[in-house]
Design a protein around this ligand. Structure first.
Ligand SMILES: Cc1ncc(COP(=O)(O)O)c(C=O)c1O
Length: 457
């Protein structure tokens, strides 16, 4: 059959309030053109993030009821630990309340002043957590991948030549780890090939540098490897996952993505000394080793969700429903980052609204217009998120001006997506009317969460 159906039935529903355009015009001004400041009840379709917004399964809810809330050594922790070890193959597993807690602990353990951490592309929280250790995050993607219209089956790959050059020209005592983000969220939810992961591993090994994976969307990445890398056509997702992680020394994970839970994460390593230091930091700020800031029930839901995310039928539906959205937009000439990613479709605001220069935040302007037009909340991944000021007070901008339509897992149906397509096409037809924005208030780190803007003109 050609029609791909959602491989689940809906047991519980949540009402959506249908606001009017007039109401949304007021709401966007009251929120200072920052979509993180809009209340969820004022959103019709929420594509702000795929993080923690998925629908849990009946098995996960059963796990919630089974949760053992003992402070130390709970059954839920043992189940969680055994599952993560089985799926990822690491020796030491710590639960954390979400991905950034794992990042903060790992970088506090490994990084010191003046260090440099290369990656294909760091996500915003990863970048900020490295910076807060007075270390520098460096992105090493191939130059041609910066063209949003360039098509490559593994457009999340790190540039191996750049990595080689980086390792040959830098003082390696200042490189505490190499990271790779799978899939590459900031670069369009693009997958990283097994070959690329293996090549990074070989270089890391040659130079004796630990290699960690930002594992948020590991199952979606594994599906792309199965579909696009010829050696893996007939390999089961669980075996692809095992192999991907076998090349690394550890990982940070936000289980709010491919753990399909509303909260949770973990930090893994094979290094005993690093594990001990991580554990001490975890106890200091997150909680004891066997709960790490989560409830026992959360650990149950993560363990079940991690396995559900690797289900072949689920992944097929998931990736195909994202490309359904991308393909319809392309068919209507709407510029998107090509090819469609694993968890999201990214509109290219620089092509969408070429009359808006980077300094007036075209991505944020487009994201606000989608909200006003159809109550769709998205997120800007451009100069509002990744721009800022250098040490001399000079403003710098992001390479990309994107608007991410992140699709929550198992949450929206095809008619919701058809509505989204209709709204975007409408905004595209009226794109010349989009107005630029100016920042009126911002914080030093992660300004896109709390910053304020106003419309120019
Ligand atoms: C690639 C990547 N890394 C890290 C994180 C941080 O995870 P969390 O939001 O759970 O702290 C995210 C969240 O969106 C992400 O997409």
């Amino acid at each position: 059959m050609k029609t791909i159906i959602e491989p689940f039935r809906i047991k519980s529903v949540e009402p959506i309030t249908l606001t009017t355009k007039e109401q949304r015009l007021d709401l966007i001004q009251e929120s200072h053109y920052n979509l993180f400041q809009i209340k969820s009840r004022d959103v019709i379709i929420d594509l702000l993030t795929d993080s923690g917004t998925g629908a849990m399964s009946s098995e996960q809810w059963a796990g919630i009821m089974r949760g053992d809330e003992s402070y130390a050594g709970s059954n839920s922790f043992l189940f969680f630990e055994a599952t993560i070890k089985e799926v990822f193959g690491y020796k030491y597993i710590l639960p954390t309340h979400q991905g950034r807690a794992a990042e903060r602990i790992l970088f506090s353990t490994l990084c010191k002043d003046g260090d440099i951490v290369p990656s294909n592309m760091h996500f915003d929280t990863t970048r900020a957590n490295i910076l807060s250790q007075n270390a520098t995050p460096v992105d090493l993607i191939p130059e041609k991948f910066k063209d949003t219209q360039f098509i490559d089956p593994f457009k999340g790959n790190m540039c191996i030549d750049k990595l080689k050059n980086f390792l040959e020209t830098n003082d390696l005592s200042k490189v505490p780890l190499i990271m790779v983000t799978i899939t590459n969220n900031s670069g369009g939810g693009q997958p990283v090939s097994m070959k690329n992961i293996r090549d990074i591993h070989l270089l890391a090994k040659k130079h004796n540098i630990p290699f960690y994976i930002d594992a948020c969307r590991f199952a979606e990445n594994a599906y792309f490897i199965q579909q696009r890398e010829s050696d893996y056509k007939n390999v089961a997702i669980k075996d692809i996952v095992k192999e991907m992680f076998s090349y690394s020394d550890g990982c940070t994970m936000s289980a709010k993505k491919d753990g399909i839970v509303n909260i949770g994460g973990f930090l893994c390593t094979n290094n005993e000394d690093v594990a001990e230091k991580n554990n001490n930091l975890l106890i200091l700020t997150e909680g004891f080793t066997t709960y790490g800031g989560l409830a026992g029930r959360d650990l149950e839901a993560i363990a079940v969700g991690i396995k559900e995310a690797m289900d072949q039928d689920y992944l097929h539906y998931r990736i195909k429903s994202i490309s359904y959205l991308g393909d319809k937009l392309v068919a209507n000439n709407v510029p998107i980052l090509q090819p469609t990613g694993g968890h999201a479709v990214y509109l290219d605001a620089s092509i969408f609204a070429p009359h808006l220069e980077k300094k007036v935040y075209p991505g944020q302007s487009l994201a606000c217009a989608l909200y006003v037009e159809g109550g769709i909340r998205t997120s800007e991944i451009g100069s509002f998120m990744f721009g800022g000021f250098d040490d001399n007070g000079k403003e710098f901008y992001s390479d990309f001006e994107l608007v991410r339509l992140a699709i929550p897992r198992r949450t929206y149906t095809q008619s919701h997506i058809d509505y989204v397509i209709e709204v975007i096409i409408d905004v595209y037809k009226n794109r010349k009317k989009l107005k630029g924005l100016e920042i009126t208030k911002q914080s030093k780190y992660l300004r896109h969460f709390t910053g304020r803007l106003k419309q120019i003109g």
